[in-house]
Design a protein around this ligand. Structure first.
Ligand SMILES: [Fe+2]
Length: 387
């Protein structure tokens, strides 16, 4: 039974029990071991002239005094990048759902120059949206001592293992500044493949995941939205299957009495989805090098990360810069996706911009959650290591 919220919410579409379901064909449905055998097919190395052009564009916006979050593609010319940007866009929206750019010159750039350059590249794909309650358009994926189990704890600011999930933007990009001392491996899995495989063995559970699943906003609540929302995991739409899944927020939403309890069938379906994603027969592991940028379309992939340990020197800790992009030329979305973060004027996923908060780009890792940091601080975290 679907709970009708007091805030605006798009109804979950209902499919008849005999509504035919078909597997997804094409490049979106891949197996990790196949792609692992040929990394050159999804890795694009930047050339020296392209890196020089990037540095010119960084100098240009720096000289013009443009704030990081105000950079638009017209301010950041990258003419020789056109073919590579077009390939990455095609990979994300029409192909395997991701691509890796190699060679961003992190070691030669200051924190400000990195943010200007990274944001500038992102502007060629779409608009960067807020990733958290503090309005961060550039997120620092870094362990600042957050306990991801806390209601307002976000995994990207912890060193916890992250279970396979999707973010709510069209695209999530990660730029590697530093690798972890141990662990911190990034993984991707085709959600089209997971859907196809579940359809073969447990079509009943596919239908469970096409029903409403309730998720917690973790107190990051934009205007006109509620503390929780409802959206299916699998969303057949326009000849494809769009997938959105964050199991930790499904579990956290159980703190609301008006949210239906997780049924045994839903628990079983999520267990099967997790088990398949964790199976090496399906996912692809990636070990980032500094200067790698991973571009991922959230609608067709799930991503995860192993837990990690940082060295004592804070300057050497694992550190990635994240962008959440709303892409005007992204695939048309299922209407119920409006429940995730709302839609912008282009019908793309909005960000998490809270009332009175301005979009901003911190240059160093800082807490991005709502309220006070103490609500989510890990008890045993070294006091000298917090961000
Ligand atoms: Fe994520």
């Amino acid at each position: 039974m679907e709970t009708q919220p007091e805030f605006s919410s798009v109804p979950v579409p209902r499919f008849a029990e005999d509504h035919p379901l078909y597997p997804v064909h094409g490049r979106q449905a891949w197996l990790g071991p196949d792609l692992a055998r040929n990394p050159d097919a999804w890795t694009y190395a930047l050339t020296a002239p392209q890196i020089e052009e990037l540095c010119d564009a960084i100098r240009r916006v720096a000289t013009m005094g443009i704030d990081v979050v105000d950079i638009r593609a017209k301010d950041f010319p990258l003419p020789s990048w056109r073919p590579i940007l077009e390939r990455v866009r095609e990979d994300m929206f029409e192909g395997r759902g991701f691509a890796l750019l190699r060679g961003f010159p992190v070691a030669e750039l200051s924190p400000l120059q990195r943010c200007l350059g990274y944001f500038g590249i992102g502007s060629h794909f779409g608009h960067a949206t807020s990733q958290n309650a503090k309005g961060h358009a550039v997120g620092h994926v870094c362990d600042i001592g957050v306990d991801a189990r806390a209601v307002t704890g976000r995994g990207y600011q912890s060193n916890f293992r992250l279970a396979y999930h999707s973010d709510s933007s069209d695209v999530v990009a990660l730029l590697c500044i530093n690798k972890a001392e141990t662990g911190g491996l990034s993984s991707l899995v085709s959600s089209a493949t997971l859907y196809n495989e579940m359809l073969k063995c447990r079509p009943d559970l596919v239908r469970v995941l096409m029903g409403g699943v309730y998720r917690d906003r973790r107190e990051e609540i934009p205007p006109n939205q509620g503390p929780w929302y409802v959206v299916p995991v699998f969303n057949p739409h326009d000849g494809r299957v769009f997938t959105t899944y964050v199991r930790s927020t499904v579990r956290k939403a159980q703190r609301f009495s008006e949210v239906p309890r997780i049924s045994p069938q839903l628990e079983e379906a999520m267990d099967l989805l997790d088990a398949m994603a964790n199976d090496p027969a399906y996912h692809l592991n990636m070990d980032f090098l500094p200067g790698d940028i991973q571009f991922v379309c959230n609608h067709f992939l799930l991503h995860s990360r192993t837990s990690f340990e940082d060295p004592p020197d804070r300057n050497l800790r694992r550190h990635l810069l994240r962008l959440h992009l709303a892409c005007p030329d992204g695939p048309a979305l299922p209407p119920v996706y409006e429940n995730l973060r709302g839609f912008n004027k282009h019908g793309r996923p909005g960000g998490m911009l809270l009332s009175g908060v301005r979009l901003n780009a911190p240059l160093e890792p800082v807490d991005g959650g709502p309220g006070v940091f103490a609500q989510r601080r890990k008890q045993d975290f070294n006091a000298s290591s917090d961000g």
